[in-house]
Design a protein around this ligand. Structure first.
Ligand SMILES: [Zn+2]
Ligand SMILES: [Zn+2]
Length: 277
């Protein structure tokens, strides 16, 4: 396997022989793509994802304290959105503080960098309770459990978040938090580039603040939000949501932000988005 290769389904038989585990079990834990009609979907641990960079297949991230205490990596860390550890209230780490290199899959031990340094946790990071609510929902959904919808309004966040699948929740948060300023370009990179852990922490912070301001927003707030929210990501949710509920929520929010006329044009723009896969 070349250095920094992505470990995919094709390796499952060989790896399972080394680890002494079932190849079928292992194949679920390795990312793989599947074509659904014209659309490529990504799957891991039985969950489906519409945007490849929502998976961290090439760039692992861990909570060193969890690894130290539990001795294993949590499955949700394979998702880009899982930038914070709920247990230790700190950012996950995707790089080594000693050699500054990004974490690799082929490191000598879970908590050890390929340079030999023990991976250290970062300082506790104050975060909005809404961000931890998202982390908790991601953990539940990844484990195949349902969300607790009543928690969203308690954090001042839209109730409709409770209707979303894991893929839908990630896409919506990404759409609300991706842009750091209004009218920001960069539509291709939002679909292709895997953001670093600290960048996803910022996406979460911005996403929560903007989603909270969306609840009961007046005309001027809606205008501000419409300029800041990533329209391509929201369009992806509305047009290509992997389940009916995701698409419904996407369309509802799209129409609230951009109006009925723009929502009608949504379908026409649909084909252009496929260019960015
Ligand atoms: Zn932890
Ligand atoms: Zn290192």
């Amino acid at each position: 396997m070349p250095e920094r290769a992505m470990i995919t389904l094709s390796y499952s038989t060989r790896i399972s022989a080394v680890l002494g585990c079932e190849a079928t079990w292992l194949s679920e834990a390795l990312p793989h793509s599947q074509l659904h009609g014209k659309r490529l979907e990504w799957q891991i641990y039985g969950q489906r994802f519409g945007i490849r960079n929502h998976l961290r297949s090439q760039y692992p991230q861990i909570c060193p304290r969890c690894v130290h205490h539990e001795g294993y990596c949590r499955q949700e860390w394979d998702l880009s959105i899982a930038a914070l550890c709920v247990r230790h209230r700190c950012l996950l780490v995707d790089h080594c503080l000693k050699c500054c290199g990004r974490l690799r899959w082929d490191r000598p031990d879970l908590g050890v960098c390929h340079c030999g340094a023990i991976l250290a946790s970062l300082m506790e990071r104050p975060a909005d309770p809404g961000v931890f609510q998202i982390m908790a929902a991601v953990e539940s959904l990844m484990a195949g459990e349902s969300q607790t919808p009543e928690y969203w309004p308690q954090e001042g966040l839209p109730k409709v978040l409770g209707d979303l699948s894991l893929d839908g929740l990630i896409t919506l948060i990404h759409g609300f938090g991706a842009n750091s300023f209004a009218h920001q370009a960069g539509r291709t990179s939002q679909f292709t580039r895997v953001a670093r852990t600290h960048e996803w922490a910022e996406i979460l912070d911005r996403g929560v603040l903007r989603l909270r301001s969306f609840v009961g927003a007046g005309k001027s707030t809606i205008q501000e939000l419409a300029a800041r929210v990533s329209q391509p990501l929201l369009m992806r949710l509305a047009n290509d949501g992997l389940c009916f509920n995701d698409a419904q929520v996407g369309r509802q929010i799209f129409e609230a932000l951009y109006g009925k006329d723009e929502a009608r044009r949504l379908r026409a723009n649909h084909s252009q988005l496929e260019l960015f896969e």
